[in-house]
Write a protein that binds this ligand. Structure first.
Ligand code: ADP
Length: 250
């Protein structure tokens, strides 16, 4: 990836369906980029279901402010982060109408004291609604990454997300296939629980890059729950290797 001194690349990480591992991929890519020496920020744009703080081990606490009244992002594993999860209690839902969500997002990108960054990753909520449109239209996105499992139902909705990004002129950086094959730790047999190769097929069909596949691996769950992404905790695992490889392509 390229870097500039002044303007960070704004990259949206999106998915059609929820639960396909978009936030997990965002957290791992962010840490992998930081490990590679890039200055990385993450905006958790999943206002209603923020999971980035948990995955990066950031406690929900009101963020510090600069003397000028700008929010100072949290820092974890070399990554700067802002999330609704830092502004609300763990159990209290963000009850906000669309225009307020847009305001928060604008604030997260523009009013936060990010300092110099090479890349700002935007972890979008799933789907093609208000938040995705606000971000795509309000900010000069460098591109979008679409995360999907290889399962048909997930890919079908991912296609919609890809088309929405195209319609609002956001370049598609590529498709990530997550939860792609589980290797039995006892016998080494690979089981394709969510089928196989669908992400690559959709990328080819739509003429966008295929960025790679990340295996289904229980340690990804454990590391996410512990707030230390798998690229840190099990750097030699196939999942971590795949995440690092994907990070170099976007
Ligand atoms: P999304 O952001 O798309 O809603 P999450 O990143 O929250 O999805 O992931 C959903 C669940 O799947 C979490 O429990 C996460 O730990 C798990 N998960 C994500 N990717 C993988 C993977 N490659 N292997 C195993 N579990 C995964």
């Amino acid at each position: 990836m390229t870097t500039t001194e002044t303007t960070p690349r704004l990259i949206a990480i999106s998915s059609g369906k929820g639960g396909v591992g978009k936030s997990t991929v965002t957290a791992n890519i962010a840490v992998a980029m930081a490990q590679a020496g890039l200055r990385v920020g993450v905006v958790d744009a999943d206002i209603y279901g923020p999971s980035i703080p948990g995955m990066l081990g950031i406690a929900s606490a009101p963020p510090a402010m600069t003397p000028e009244g700008r929010v100072i992002p949290a820092r974890a594993h070399g990554v700067r982060v802002i999330s609704m999860g830092m502004l609300t209690d763990d159990d209290r839902p963000a009850i906000l109408r669309g225009p307020m969500v847009s305001k928060y997002l604008q604030m997260f990108v523009r009013q936060v004291d990010w300092g110099p960054l090479d890349v700002l990753l935007l972890d979008l909520p799933p789907g093609t609604g208000d938040i995705q449109l606000t971000l795509a239209q309000a900010f000069p996105l460098s591109g979008a990454v679409v995360v999907s499992t290889p399962q048909d139902v997930s890919l079908k909705i991912a296609r919609r997300g890809l088309r929405m990004m195209e319609q609002v002129n956001v370049p598609i950086l590529g498709v990530v296939e997550n939860m792609s094959g589980f290797t039995c730790p006892s016998c080494g047999t690979v089981t394709h629980i969510f089928h196989q190769g669908g992400g690559e097929r959709v990328a080819a069909e739509l003429g966008v890059p295929f960025l790679g596949r990340i295996p289904l691996d229980p340690s990804v769950v454990d590391c996410g729950d512990a707030g230390r992404p798998v690229v840190l905790t099990a750097p030699d695992s196939p999942a971590a290797t795949a995440c690092r490889d994907i990070a170099t392509k976007i």
